[in-house]
Ligand binder design. Structure first.
Ligand code: SF4
Length: 171
């Protein structure tokens, strides 16, 4: 083999870290699960429709089991009666996992400032992205999903990803 046949390896080898490769794949294959309880849940249906094309972000495979989802989207009013169910669903999801709080009700109870309504889901579970609005526009939900994609790049297979529950309400 002559010198002219020598392969220029710079053109054919890509170096990366294992974390970076896994996070790259993870960020483009989020599996969302919507916990829709009210009007924001209906708005999420339009996000998942053809017009807004969630598959551009690799997030179109909406799951109906928390064990198959890594992105929980809470869309709607959460009553204290529902709160333990939401918390259980979060706990059933495998790590790493992320949470989007969609709309005023999920973020803060909205205008339901009364004895039946949880005043924000971050009283019981960690939230990664908050979306304001009543209801939020689909573009705002897409923006939150892109922010989750960026956050997923910080994951490491070496670090303990179990999020602490200290400080969250025991419902
Ligand atoms: S934030 Fe507004 S649209 Fe969303 S669930 Fe609450 S009342 Fe309905």
């Amino acid at each position: 083999m002559g010198l002219n046949n020598t392969t220029n390896l710079n053109d054919s080898i890509v170096t990366t870290t294992l974390d970076h490769a896994i996070n790259w794949g993870r960020s483009y294959s989020l599996w969302p699960m919507a916990f829709g309880t009210a009007c924001c849940g209906i708005e999420f249906m339009s996000v998942a429709g053809a017009k807004y094309d969630l598959s551009r972000f690799g997030a179109e495979v909406v799951r109906f089991s928390p064990r198959q989802a890594d992105l929980l989207i809470v869309a709607g009013t959460i009553s204290y009666k529902q709160a333990p169910i939401l918390k259980k669903i979060y706990e059933q999801m495998c790590e790493p996992k992320w949470v989007i709080s969609m709309g005023a009700c999920a973020c803060s109870g909205g205008f339901y400032d009364n004895y039946t309504t949880l005043q924000g889901i971050d009283e019981i579970i960690p939230v990664d992205e908050y979306i304001s609005g009543c209801p939020p526009r689909p573009e705002a939900v897409l923006d939150a999903i892109m922010n989750i994609q960026k956050k997923s790049h910080d994951e490491s297979i070496m670090k303990n990803r179990i999020k602490e529950y200290k400080g969250y309400l025991d419902v």
